[in-house]
Ligand binder design. Structure first.
Ligand SMILES: Cc1cc2nc3c(=O)[nH]c(=O)nc-3n(C[C@H](O)[C@H](O)[C@H](O)COP(=O)(O)OP(=O)(O)OC[C@H]3O[C@@H](n4cnc5c(N)ncnc54)[C@H](O)[C@@H]3O)c2cc1C
Length: 373
Protein backbone atom coordinates (compact mmCIF):
# COMPACT_ATOMS: atom_id res chain seq x y z
CA UNK A 1 0.00 0.00 0.00
CA UNK A 2 1.27 3.49 -0.76
CA UNK A 3 0.62 6.15 1.82
CA UNK A 4 0.67 9.79 0.67
CA UNK A 5 1.85 12.23 3.33
CA UNK A 6 0.57 15.30 1.50
CA UNK A 7 1.98 17.85 -0.85
CA UNK A 8 5.16 18.44 1.03
CA UNK A 9 7.72 18.06 -1.75
CA UNK A 10 11.15 16.69 -1.07
CA UNK A 11 12.35 16.00 2.46
CA UNK A 12 15.92 16.87 3.37
CA UNK A 13 16.11 13.71 5.46
CA UNK A 14 13.68 10.87 6.05
CA UNK A 15 14.46 8.84 9.13
CA UNK A 16 13.05 5.30 8.98
CA UNK A 17 12.36 3.97 12.49
CA UNK A 18 11.27 5.91 15.58
CA UNK A 19 13.22 3.94 18.18
CA UNK A 20 15.91 5.64 20.28
CA UNK A 21 18.28 6.13 17.35
CA UNK A 22 15.67 7.39 14.86
CA UNK A 23 13.94 9.80 17.24
CA UNK A 24 17.28 11.18 18.47
CA UNK A 25 18.38 11.74 14.89
CA UNK A 26 15.06 13.31 13.84
CA UNK A 27 15.16 15.64 16.86
CA UNK A 28 18.72 16.76 16.09
CA UNK A 29 18.11 17.15 12.36
CA UNK A 30 14.94 19.20 12.91
CA UNK A 31 16.79 21.35 15.44
CA UNK A 32 19.51 21.96 12.86
CA UNK A 33 16.87 23.18 10.40
CA UNK A 34 16.57 20.16 8.11
CA UNK A 35 13.12 19.34 6.81
CA UNK A 36 12.75 15.96 8.50
CA UNK A 37 10.25 13.12 8.16
CA UNK A 38 10.22 10.39 10.83
CA UNK A 39 8.51 7.13 9.84
CA UNK A 40 7.69 4.06 11.91
CA UNK A 41 5.65 1.03 10.93
CA UNK A 42 4.05 1.05 14.39
CA UNK A 43 2.19 3.69 16.33
CA UNK A 44 3.98 4.79 19.48
CA UNK A 45 3.88 3.93 22.33
CA UNK A 46 4.74 0.35 21.38
CA UNK A 47 6.52 -2.40 23.34
CA UNK A 48 10.15 -3.28 22.58
CA UNK A 49 12.02 -6.22 24.14
CA UNK A 50 14.76 -4.48 26.15
CA UNK A 51 16.11 -4.32 29.71
CA UNK A 52 15.69 -0.54 29.56
CA UNK A 53 19.10 -0.08 31.21
CA UNK A 54 20.64 3.32 30.45
CA UNK A 55 24.28 3.53 31.54
CA UNK A 56 25.73 6.70 33.01
CA UNK A 57 27.60 7.47 29.79
CA UNK A 58 24.36 7.17 27.78
CA UNK A 59 22.48 9.30 30.32
CA UNK A 60 25.16 12.00 30.11
CA UNK A 61 24.92 12.03 26.35
CA UNK A 62 21.14 12.47 26.53
CA UNK A 63 21.59 15.33 28.98
CA UNK A 64 24.15 17.02 26.68
CA UNK A 65 21.66 16.74 23.82
CA UNK A 66 18.91 18.20 26.01
CA UNK A 67 16.84 15.05 25.57
CA UNK A 68 14.59 13.56 28.28
CA UNK A 69 15.63 10.39 30.12
CA UNK A 70 12.19 9.77 31.45
CA UNK A 71 10.23 8.42 33.06
CA UNK A 72 13.08 6.86 35.09
CA UNK A 73 11.96 3.99 37.30
CA UNK A 74 15.07 3.57 39.46
CA UNK A 75 18.70 4.75 39.51
CA UNK A 76 21.07 1.94 40.55
CA UNK A 77 24.44 2.77 42.10
CA UNK A 78 25.42 -0.81 42.94
CA UNK A 79 25.88 -3.55 40.39
CA UNK A 80 26.23 -7.15 41.53
CA UNK A 81 28.05 -9.60 39.27
CA UNK A 82 27.53 -13.20 40.36
CA UNK A 83 28.39 -16.68 39.16
CA UNK A 84 29.84 -20.08 40.09
CA UNK A 85 28.88 -19.54 43.73
CA UNK A 86 30.65 -16.21 44.13
CA UNK A 87 29.73 -12.58 43.67
CA UNK A 88 31.20 -9.11 43.63
CA UNK A 89 29.45 -5.77 44.10
CA UNK A 90 30.75 -2.75 42.26
CA UNK A 91 29.53 0.65 43.43
CA UNK A 92 29.73 4.08 41.86
CA UNK A 93 30.53 7.21 43.90
CA UNK A 94 27.53 8.55 45.92
CA UNK A 95 26.68 11.35 43.49
CA UNK A 96 26.62 9.06 40.46
CA UNK A 97 24.75 6.00 39.26
CA UNK A 98 25.73 3.04 37.11
CA UNK A 99 22.43 2.25 35.38
CA UNK A 100 19.08 4.06 35.17
CA UNK A 101 16.08 1.93 34.29
CA UNK A 102 13.31 3.04 31.95
CA UNK A 103 10.38 1.25 30.35
CA UNK A 104 11.08 1.35 26.65
CA UNK A 105 7.49 1.85 25.51
CA UNK A 106 7.27 5.10 27.51
CA UNK A 107 10.86 6.25 27.00
CA UNK A 108 10.75 5.80 23.20
CA UNK A 109 7.43 7.61 23.02
CA UNK A 110 8.80 10.64 24.88
CA UNK A 111 11.80 10.80 22.54
CA UNK A 112 9.55 10.62 19.50
CA UNK A 113 7.35 13.41 20.88
CA UNK A 114 10.46 15.50 21.44
CA UNK A 115 11.49 15.07 17.79
CA UNK A 116 8.02 16.16 16.69
CA UNK A 117 7.97 19.18 18.98
CA UNK A 118 11.30 20.19 17.45
CA UNK A 119 9.64 20.22 14.00
CA UNK A 120 10.03 16.70 12.60
CA UNK A 121 6.91 15.24 11.01
CA UNK A 122 5.92 11.74 12.16
CA UNK A 123 3.89 9.25 10.16
CA UNK A 124 3.09 5.59 10.58
CA UNK A 125 4.09 3.53 7.55
CA UNK A 126 6.11 0.45 6.75
CA UNK A 127 9.05 1.22 4.46
CA UNK A 128 9.88 -1.94 2.54
CA UNK A 129 12.98 -0.51 0.90
CA UNK A 130 14.71 2.41 -0.74
CA UNK A 131 15.77 3.24 -4.30
CA UNK A 132 18.48 5.80 -4.99
CA UNK A 133 18.48 7.60 -8.35
CA UNK A 134 19.33 11.06 -9.70
CA UNK A 135 20.41 12.40 -6.35
CA UNK A 136 17.26 11.44 -4.46
CA UNK A 137 16.07 8.47 -2.45
CA UNK A 138 12.62 7.05 -3.05
CA UNK A 139 10.99 5.27 -0.13
CA UNK A 140 9.13 2.14 -1.19
CA UNK A 141 5.77 1.98 0.61
CA UNK A 142 5.51 5.76 0.82
CA UNK A 143 4.86 8.40 -1.84
CA UNK A 144 7.85 10.32 -0.59
CA UNK A 145 11.41 11.13 -1.58
CA UNK A 146 14.28 12.55 0.33
CA UNK A 147 17.77 13.87 -0.32
CA UNK A 148 19.08 11.53 2.39
CA UNK A 149 17.65 8.56 4.28
CA UNK A 150 18.68 7.49 7.76
CA UNK A 151 18.12 3.78 8.35
CA UNK A 152 17.14 3.63 12.02
CA UNK A 153 14.91 0.61 11.46
CA UNK A 154 16.59 -1.75 13.86
CA UNK A 155 18.34 -5.10 13.65
CA UNK A 156 16.58 -6.31 10.48
CA UNK A 157 16.88 -2.97 8.69
CA UNK A 158 15.15 -2.95 5.29
CA UNK A 159 16.96 0.30 4.49
CA UNK A 160 20.38 -1.32 5.02
CA UNK A 161 19.61 -4.40 2.95
CA UNK A 162 17.72 -2.83 0.02
CA UNK A 163 20.17 0.04 -0.37
CA UNK A 164 23.11 -2.36 -0.49
CA UNK A 165 25.06 -0.46 2.15
CA UNK A 166 25.74 -3.81 3.82
CA UNK A 167 24.71 -7.44 3.45
CA UNK A 168 22.90 -9.53 6.08
CA UNK A 169 24.48 -10.21 9.48
CA UNK A 170 26.67 -13.26 9.91
CA UNK A 171 25.97 -15.68 12.76
CA UNK A 172 28.92 -14.32 14.71
CA UNK A 173 27.38 -10.82 14.58
CA UNK A 174 24.20 -11.72 16.44
CA UNK A 175 23.37 -11.78 20.14
CA UNK A 176 20.00 -13.38 20.95
CA UNK A 177 18.18 -12.12 24.02
CA UNK A 178 14.92 -13.06 25.72
CA UNK A 179 13.34 -11.23 28.57
CA UNK A 180 10.25 -10.71 30.67
CA UNK A 181 8.71 -9.40 33.85
CA UNK A 182 9.77 -10.80 37.21
CA UNK A 183 8.86 -10.04 40.83
CA UNK A 184 10.73 -7.25 42.65
CA UNK A 185 14.38 -7.98 43.46
CA UNK A 186 16.68 -6.22 45.88
CA UNK A 187 19.82 -5.81 43.74
CA UNK A 188 20.65 -5.16 40.11
CA UNK A 189 22.48 -8.33 39.17
CA UNK A 190 24.34 -9.76 36.20
CA UNK A 191 24.75 -13.55 36.34
CA UNK A 192 27.70 -14.73 34.29
CA UNK A 193 26.87 -18.42 34.73
CA UNK A 194 23.22 -18.13 33.63
CA UNK A 195 23.88 -19.04 29.98
CA UNK A 196 26.77 -20.39 27.92
CA UNK A 197 28.55 -17.66 25.93
CA UNK A 198 26.27 -15.09 27.55
CA UNK A 199 24.76 -13.97 30.80
CA UNK A 200 21.52 -13.37 32.69
CA UNK A 201 20.31 -10.15 34.26
CA UNK A 202 17.81 -8.94 36.83
CA UNK A 203 17.03 -5.23 36.66
CA UNK A 204 14.84 -4.29 39.67
CA UNK A 205 12.35 -1.51 38.95
CA UNK A 206 9.93 0.17 41.38
CA UNK A 207 7.31 -2.56 41.56
CA UNK A 208 8.75 -5.41 39.52
CA UNK A 209 11.92 -6.38 37.65
CA UNK A 210 12.99 -6.88 34.08
CA UNK A 211 14.90 -10.14 33.79
CA UNK A 212 16.37 -12.11 30.95
CA UNK A 213 19.16 -14.03 29.32
CA UNK A 214 21.27 -13.27 26.28
CA UNK A 215 24.18 -14.79 24.40
CA UNK A 216 25.70 -15.57 21.02
CA UNK A 217 23.42 -16.92 18.27
CA UNK A 218 25.71 -19.95 17.77
CA UNK A 219 24.63 -21.16 21.20
CA UNK A 220 20.95 -20.28 20.77
CA UNK A 221 19.68 -23.77 21.66
CA UNK A 222 21.64 -23.79 24.93
CA UNK A 223 20.59 -20.20 25.64
CA UNK A 224 16.90 -21.10 25.19
CA UNK A 225 17.39 -23.98 27.60
CA UNK A 226 19.18 -21.68 30.06
CA UNK A 227 16.33 -19.14 29.76
CA UNK A 228 13.78 -21.83 30.62
CA UNK A 229 15.68 -22.66 33.82
CA UNK A 230 16.30 -18.99 34.61
CA UNK A 231 12.61 -18.16 34.09
CA UNK A 232 11.38 -20.84 36.44
CA UNK A 233 14.02 -19.94 39.07
CA UNK A 234 13.25 -16.20 39.02
CA UNK A 235 9.55 -16.48 38.05
CA UNK A 236 9.96 -14.56 34.79
CA UNK A 237 6.78 -14.01 32.77
CA UNK A 238 8.05 -14.04 29.20
CA UNK A 239 7.51 -10.82 27.22
CA UNK A 240 9.79 -10.90 24.21
CA UNK A 241 12.81 -12.21 22.33
CA UNK A 242 14.84 -10.32 19.79
CA UNK A 243 18.25 -10.11 18.22
CA UNK A 244 20.96 -7.55 18.97
CA UNK A 245 23.55 -6.97 16.23
CA UNK A 246 26.93 -6.68 17.94
CA UNK A 247 29.49 -4.10 16.91
CA UNK A 248 32.98 -4.76 15.61
CA UNK A 249 31.77 -6.49 12.41
CA UNK A 250 33.69 -4.22 10.02
CA UNK A 251 30.71 -3.80 7.65
CA UNK A 252 30.00 -0.33 6.13
CA UNK A 253 27.56 1.94 8.00
CA UNK A 254 26.90 4.52 5.27
CA UNK A 255 27.10 4.96 1.52
CA UNK A 256 26.11 7.87 -0.69
CA UNK A 257 22.70 9.06 0.44
CA UNK A 258 22.06 6.33 3.00
CA UNK A 259 23.21 6.55 6.61
CA UNK A 260 22.65 3.71 9.10
CA UNK A 261 22.35 4.38 12.84
CA UNK A 262 21.75 2.32 15.99
CA UNK A 263 20.95 -1.37 15.57
CA UNK A 264 20.58 -0.95 11.79
CA UNK A 265 24.31 -0.18 11.77
CA UNK A 266 25.02 -3.04 14.23
CA UNK A 267 26.62 -1.10 17.05
CA UNK A 268 25.74 -2.88 20.30
CA UNK A 269 28.48 -3.70 22.79
CA UNK A 270 29.58 -7.30 22.02
CA UNK A 271 30.34 -7.93 25.70
CA UNK A 272 27.17 -6.60 27.30
CA UNK A 273 24.57 -6.07 24.54
CA UNK A 274 24.28 -2.40 25.49
CA UNK A 275 22.81 -0.70 22.44
CA UNK A 276 21.24 2.52 23.69
CA UNK A 277 24.43 4.53 24.13
CA UNK A 278 25.48 3.63 20.59
CA UNK A 279 22.02 4.44 19.24
CA UNK A 280 22.22 7.99 20.66
CA UNK A 281 25.88 8.45 19.78
CA UNK A 282 25.63 7.28 16.16
CA UNK A 283 22.59 9.50 15.64
CA UNK A 284 24.50 12.47 16.97
CA UNK A 285 27.51 11.80 14.72
CA UNK A 286 25.25 11.17 11.70
CA UNK A 287 23.27 14.37 12.23
CA UNK A 288 26.40 16.51 12.59
CA UNK A 289 27.75 14.91 9.40
CA UNK A 290 24.76 16.20 7.44
CA UNK A 291 26.34 19.66 7.47
CA UNK A 292 29.40 18.39 5.55
CA UNK A 293 29.71 18.16 1.76
CA UNK A 294 29.95 14.39 1.91
CA UNK A 295 27.80 13.24 4.83
CA UNK A 296 28.35 9.47 4.44
CA UNK A 297 32.16 9.75 4.36
CA UNK A 298 32.13 12.28 7.20
CA UNK A 299 29.91 10.03 9.31
CA UNK A 300 32.16 7.00 8.74
CA UNK A 301 35.17 9.10 9.73
CA UNK A 302 33.51 10.50 12.86
CA UNK A 303 32.45 7.01 13.93
CA UNK A 304 35.92 5.50 13.50
CA UNK A 305 36.99 5.69 17.18
CA UNK A 306 33.70 4.11 18.26
CA UNK A 307 33.96 1.35 15.66
CA UNK A 308 37.54 0.68 16.79
CA UNK A 309 36.38 0.45 20.41
CA UNK A 310 33.68 -2.03 19.39
CA UNK A 311 36.24 -4.12 17.49
CA UNK A 312 38.39 -4.26 20.64
CA UNK A 313 35.33 -5.33 22.65
CA UNK A 314 34.51 -8.06 20.13
CA UNK A 315 38.06 -9.42 20.41
CA UNK A 316 37.71 -9.33 24.20
CA UNK A 317 34.31 -11.09 24.01
CA UNK A 318 35.81 -13.89 21.87
CA UNK A 319 38.47 -14.44 24.49
CA UNK A 320 36.22 -14.14 27.55
CA UNK A 321 32.98 -15.92 26.56
CA UNK A 322 34.43 -19.45 26.19
CA UNK A 323 36.46 -18.96 29.41
CA UNK A 324 33.88 -17.16 31.50
CA UNK A 325 34.73 -18.96 34.74
CA UNK A 326 38.43 -18.15 34.52
CA UNK A 327 37.78 -14.47 33.79
CA UNK A 328 35.10 -14.23 36.45
CA UNK A 329 37.51 -15.71 39.03
CA UNK A 330 39.97 -13.03 38.00
CA UNK A 331 37.24 -10.39 38.32
CA UNK A 332 36.37 -11.55 41.85
CA UNK A 333 39.95 -12.06 43.02
CA UNK A 334 41.11 -8.65 41.91
CA UNK A 335 38.57 -6.03 43.05
CA UNK A 336 40.61 -3.45 41.13
CA UNK A 337 39.70 -5.23 37.87
CA UNK A 338 36.01 -5.04 38.76
CA UNK A 339 36.34 -1.39 39.71
CA UNK A 340 38.15 -0.43 36.52
CA UNK A 341 35.73 -2.44 34.38
CA UNK A 342 32.87 -0.49 35.94
CA UNK A 343 34.66 2.77 35.16
CA UNK A 344 35.05 1.73 31.53
CA UNK A 345 31.43 0.62 31.22
CA UNK A 346 30.14 3.95 32.50
CA UNK A 347 32.48 5.81 30.17
CA UNK A 348 35.10 7.12 32.58
CA UNK A 349 37.96 5.01 31.23
CA UNK A 350 38.59 3.95 27.61
CA UNK A 351 37.80 0.25 27.21
CA UNK A 352 41.08 -0.38 25.39
CA UNK A 353 43.08 1.08 28.30
CA UNK A 354 41.13 -1.02 30.77
CA UNK A 355 41.60 -4.17 28.70
CA UNK A 356 45.34 -3.67 28.21
CA UNK A 357 45.71 -3.22 31.94
CA UNK A 358 43.46 -6.21 32.83
CA UNK A 359 45.13 -8.61 30.41
CA UNK A 360 48.53 -7.75 31.92
CA UNK A 361 47.16 -9.24 35.20
CA UNK A 362 46.45 -12.64 33.59
CA UNK A 363 49.94 -14.27 33.91
CA UNK A 364 50.13 -13.42 37.62
CA UNK A 365 46.61 -14.77 38.18
CA UNK A 366 47.47 -17.99 36.33
CA UNK A 367 50.53 -18.54 38.52
CA UNK A 368 48.52 -17.82 41.67
CA UNK A 369 45.74 -20.24 40.67
CA UNK A 370 48.30 -22.97 39.75
CA UNK A 371 49.94 -22.54 43.14
CA UNK A 372 46.55 -22.38 44.83
CA UNK A 373 47.27 -19.04 46.55
C1 LIG B 1 16.08 -8.43 25.28
C2 LIG B 1 16.93 -7.19 25.03
C3 LIG B 1 17.39 -6.45 26.11
C4 LIG B 1 18.16 -5.28 25.88
N1 LIG B 1 18.55 -4.54 26.96
C5 LIG B 1 19.27 -3.41 26.78
C6 LIG B 1 19.62 -2.60 27.87
O1 LIG B 1 19.23 -2.84 29.03
N2 LIG B 1 20.36 -1.48 27.63
C7 LIG B 1 20.79 -1.15 26.37
O2 LIG B 1 21.50 -0.13 26.22
N3 LIG B 1 20.42 -1.89 25.30
C8 LIG B 1 19.67 -3.00 25.46
N4 LIG B 1 19.27 -3.73 24.37
C9 LIG B 1 19.61 -3.25 23.01
C10 LIG B 1 18.66 -2.10 22.61
O3 LIG B 1 17.32 -2.51 22.81
C11 LIG B 1 18.86 -1.71 21.12
O4 LIG B 1 20.24 -1.54 20.87
C12 LIG B 1 18.10 -0.43 20.79
O5 LIG B 1 16.72 -0.63 20.86
C13 LIG B 1 18.46 0.08 19.39
O6 LIG B 1 17.66 1.19 19.08
P1 LIG B 1 17.26 1.53 17.56
O7 LIG B 1 16.48 2.80 17.60
O8 LIG B 1 18.47 1.48 16.70
O9 LIG B 1 16.34 0.31 17.10
P2 LIG B 1 14.92 -0.16 17.65
O10 LIG B 1 14.76 0.20 19.07
O11 LIG B 1 14.80 -1.59 17.26
O12 LIG B 1 13.87 0.71 16.82
C14 LIG B 1 13.65 0.45 15.45
C15 LIG B 1 12.31 1.06 15.05
O13 LIG B 1 12.17 0.92 13.64
C16 LIG B 1 10.84 0.52 13.33
N5 LIG B 1 10.90 -0.21 12.07
C17 LIG B 1 11.50 -1.40 11.83
N6 LIG B 1 11.37 -1.74 10.53
C18 LIG B 1 10.67 -0.74 9.93
C19 LIG B 1 10.22 -0.52 8.59
N7 LIG B 1 10.49 -1.40 7.60
N8 LIG B 1 9.52 0.60 8.31
C20 LIG B 1 9.24 1.51 9.31
N9 LIG B 1 9.63 1.33 10.59
C21 LIG B 1 10.36 0.23 10.89
C22 LIG B 1 10.42 -0.34 14.53
O14 LIG B 1 9.01 -0.39 14.67
C23 LIG B 1 11.11 0.37 15.70
O15 LIG B 1 10.27 1.33 16.31
C24 LIG B 1 18.49 -4.88 24.55
C25 LIG B 1 18.01 -5.63 23.47
C26 LIG B 1 17.24 -6.76 23.70
C27 LIG B 1 16.73 -7.54 22.51
Amino acid sequence: MTIPVGNVGMWDVTVVGAGPSGSTAAYLLARMGFKTLLVDMRDLPRPKPCGGGITLKAARLLRDLDLPMEPVEVLHRDVVVSGYGREVTVSTPPDEFAIALVRRELFDHRLMERAVSEGARFIKARVSGVKVSNGTVRLIGLEESARYVFGADGANSAVALTSGVRGPWGREDIIVAMEGRAPPHDRLTFMVDAAPYGYGWIFPRREDSNAGVGGMLDKSREIMEAYREFSSRFRVKHEGSWIIPAGGHGKPIAKGRIILVGDAAGLADPLTGEGLYYAFRSSLEASISMEADQPAETYARRMKPILEELKAKRRAARLIMPRMKFFFDLFVSYPEIARRYMLSSIGKVEFRDFWRWAISRVPRALIKSKLGI
